[in-house]
Design a protein around this ligand. Structure first.
Ligand code: SF4
Length: 67
Protein backbone atom coordinates (compact mmCIF):
# COMPACT_ATOMS: atom_id res chain seq x y z
CA UNK A 1 0.00 0.00 0.00
CA UNK A 2 1.44 3.36 -1.07
CA UNK A 3 2.25 5.98 1.59
CA UNK A 4 -0.25 8.67 0.58
CA UNK A 5 -3.06 10.65 2.17
CA UNK A 6 -5.73 8.32 0.76
CA UNK A 7 -4.20 5.47 2.81
CA UNK A 8 -3.56 7.49 5.98
CA UNK A 9 -5.70 7.15 9.11
CA UNK A 10 -5.73 10.97 9.45
CA UNK A 11 -7.37 11.44 6.04
CA UNK A 12 -11.09 12.18 5.77
CA UNK A 13 -12.96 12.32 2.51
CA UNK A 14 -16.58 13.00 1.72
CA UNK A 15 -18.13 10.36 -0.53
CA UNK A 16 -18.16 11.27 -4.19
CA UNK A 17 -15.19 13.62 -3.99
CA UNK A 18 -11.57 13.09 -4.99
CA UNK A 19 -9.93 15.26 -2.33
CA UNK A 20 -10.21 15.38 1.43
CA UNK A 21 -9.10 16.85 4.71
CA UNK A 22 -6.12 16.10 6.91
CA UNK A 23 -7.24 15.62 10.51
CA UNK A 24 -3.85 14.95 12.02
CA UNK A 25 -4.19 18.18 14.03
CA UNK A 26 -7.06 20.43 15.17
CA UNK A 27 -8.63 22.80 12.63
CA UNK A 28 -6.68 25.95 11.87
CA UNK A 29 -8.13 29.46 12.10
CA UNK A 30 -8.88 31.13 8.77
CA UNK A 31 -8.48 34.86 9.59
CA UNK A 32 -10.38 36.05 6.51
CA UNK A 33 -13.72 34.62 7.66
CA UNK A 34 -13.09 33.70 11.32
CA UNK A 35 -13.78 29.99 10.81
CA UNK A 36 -11.51 27.07 11.63
CA UNK A 37 -10.84 24.34 9.07
CA UNK A 38 -8.72 21.27 8.57
CA UNK A 39 -6.23 21.62 5.72
CA UNK A 40 -7.39 20.33 2.35
CA UNK A 41 -5.21 17.62 0.80
CA UNK A 42 -5.26 15.56 -2.38
CA UNK A 43 -5.50 11.78 -2.22
CA UNK A 44 -1.97 11.52 -3.64
CA UNK A 45 -0.41 13.95 -1.12
CA UNK A 46 1.80 12.75 1.70
CA UNK A 47 3.58 14.17 4.76
CA UNK A 48 5.88 13.02 7.55
CA UNK A 49 2.92 12.33 9.87
CA UNK A 50 1.55 9.60 7.63
CA UNK A 51 -0.03 6.82 9.70
CA UNK A 52 -1.11 3.62 8.07
CA UNK A 53 -4.73 2.57 8.53
CA UNK A 54 -4.77 -0.43 10.88
CA UNK A 55 -6.16 -3.64 9.40
CA UNK A 56 -9.76 -4.43 10.38
CA UNK A 57 -10.17 -6.59 13.44
CA UNK A 58 -10.99 -10.22 12.85
CA UNK A 59 -13.32 -11.30 15.68
CA UNK A 60 -12.89 -14.94 14.66
CA UNK A 61 -9.17 -14.86 15.46
CA UNK A 62 -9.78 -13.16 18.82
CA UNK A 63 -12.33 -15.84 19.73
CA UNK A 64 -9.92 -18.65 18.80
CA UNK A 65 -7.14 -17.14 20.94
CA UNK A 66 -9.47 -16.71 23.95
CA UNK A 67 -10.47 -20.41 23.96
S1 SF4 B 1 -1.15 15.27 5.22
FE1 SF4 B 1 0.01 13.65 6.28
S2 SF4 B 1 -1.12 13.20 8.17
FE2 SF4 B 1 -2.48 14.35 6.80
S3 SF4 B 1 -3.66 12.78 5.73
FE3 SF4 B 1 -1.87 13.28 4.46
S4 SF4 B 1 -0.27 11.81 5.02
FE4 SF4 B 1 -1.86 11.77 6.61
Amino acid sequence: MADMCANCRNYWEQRGTSAGLCRAHPPVLVPSDGTARWPGVARSDWCGEYRIIPPPENPGIRRAVAL
